[in-house]
Design a protein around this ligand. Structure first.
Ligand code: NAD
Ligand code: UDP
Length: 322
């Protein structure tokens, strides 16, 4: 049945893919965004659809809407962006969660919180399962995001226990794909852009730290499965691809796939950068029958194609654009 669905952060990287998929499934979409890191370019192709409503709004302010489901994605996700205005980041996480929970409380909508693997901090447990409470620096440069997301999880659970709100929590691990912002500084977009331009590939630290990379289509599928799972399964649940790679391996793979002449250079590792990260997705498999389908090479190939198009670098011309 067609639903009225609010997606906060709907003009961002993940939000725009979610808007597109849910619109294609005949739902009515309310895409709310303040365009802090999102872009009209991500959603322009949806705006002609009468079931797509764009709301230019900052989620730190209350808003009154009548919806069936809410995906709460509003929050800058890349370290460069969330550290640019850390006070705004924590406000968005905490006040944004309170405001969407207010809507959910009034309308009895189900609300899904886009949480993060960052709630595990720099983990001593590997891979990370949902039962692990994490090791987060509460006063570091990443805390505006990590602690903001932890507070949002707390709010989801307290509104559930105190007010009977049907809240759900997904912990998203590093996700990549088309529509990542060119300037957001995340590792996949940085490396692809550097490789396509023939610039140096900037590995922070010695390149031995790891991440596990999930392709956007798999992630969106996991979010939708969680939203529509039986009410007695509310998470938190990890959604991510357990394939684990060192940052050096990622750099080498991107150089190979772009056929680039770029060289790898090493730069200082930012403070509190987690040394390793890999999701245990046993719970998502058992409860949501979810398992990622897209391998790293396949997902990177699609992402490289997107950036070639955006940067207007045709195949074979990488080396001329220095
Ligand atoms: P993104 O920066 O592309 O998207 C975030 C969107 O939220 C943007 O469109 C931005 O303009 C909007 N926004 C920010 N502050 C807002 C505010 N105060 N009011 C309204 N809109 C606001 O990032 P993304 O990768 O698409 O991430 C989406 C969500 O998923 C975020 O909550 C992020 O924390 C979470 N997440 C993403 C990843 C990942 O790897 N992509 C990993 C873990 C968690
Ligand atoms: N990183 C890197 N070079 C870059 C950007 C990031 O080596 O140009 C590293 C970063 O230090 C981290 C990993 O890649 O160890 C993932 O960084 P990203 O910003 O994508 O996300 P994070 O998982 O740290 O939130």
């Amino acid at each position: 049945m067609k639903k009225r669905i609010l997606i906060t952060g709907g003009a961002g990287f993940l939000g725009s893919h979610l808007c597109e998929r849910l619109l294609n499934e005949d739902n009515e979409i309310f895409c709310l965004d303040n365009f802090y890191t999102g872009s009209n370019d991500n959603i322009r192709h949806l705006s002609g659809n009468p079931r797509f409503v764009l709301i230019n709004h900052d989620i730190i302010n209350p808003i009154y809407l009548d919806v069936d489901q809410i995906y709460n994605l509003a929050c800058p996700a890349s370290p460069v962006h969330y550290q640019y205005n850390p006070i705004k980041t924590i406000k968005t996480n905490v006040m944004g969660a309170i405001n969407v929970l207010g809507i959910a409380k009034r309308t009895k909508a189900t609300v899904l919180q886009a949480s993060t693997s960052e709630v595990y901090g720099d983990p001593e447990v590997h891979p990370q399962s949902e039962s692990y409470w994490g090791r987060v620096n509460p006063i570091g440069i990443r805390s505006c995001y990590d602690e903001g997301k932890r507070a949002a999880e707390c709010l989801m659970m307290d509104y559930r226990r105190q007010n009977g709100v049907n809240s759900k929590i997904v912990r998203i691990f590093n996700t990549y794909g088309p529509r990542m912002a060119i300037n957001d500084g995340r590792v996949v977009s940085n490396f692809i852009i550097q490789a396509l331009r023939g610039s140096d590939i900037t590995v922070y630290g010695d390149g031995s730290h790891t991440r596990s990379f999930c392709y956007v289509d798999d992630l969106v599928d996991g979010l939708i499965r969680m939203m529509n799972a039986p009410d007695n399964f509310y998470g938190p649940v990890n959604i991510g691809n357990p394939g684990e790679f060192t940052i050096s391996e990622l750099a080498q793979l991107i150089i190979k796939l772009t056929n680039s002449s770029s060289k790898i250079i090493f730069q200082p590792l930012p403070a509190d950068d987690p040394a390793q990260r890999k999701p245990d997705i046993t719970l998502a498999g058992a409860q949501l029958n979810w398992i990622p389908q897209v391998g790293l090479e396949q997902g990177l190939t699609a992402t490289i194609q997107y950036f070639r198009h955006i940067l207007q670098i045709p195949q074979g011309e990488e080396h001329r654009i220095k």
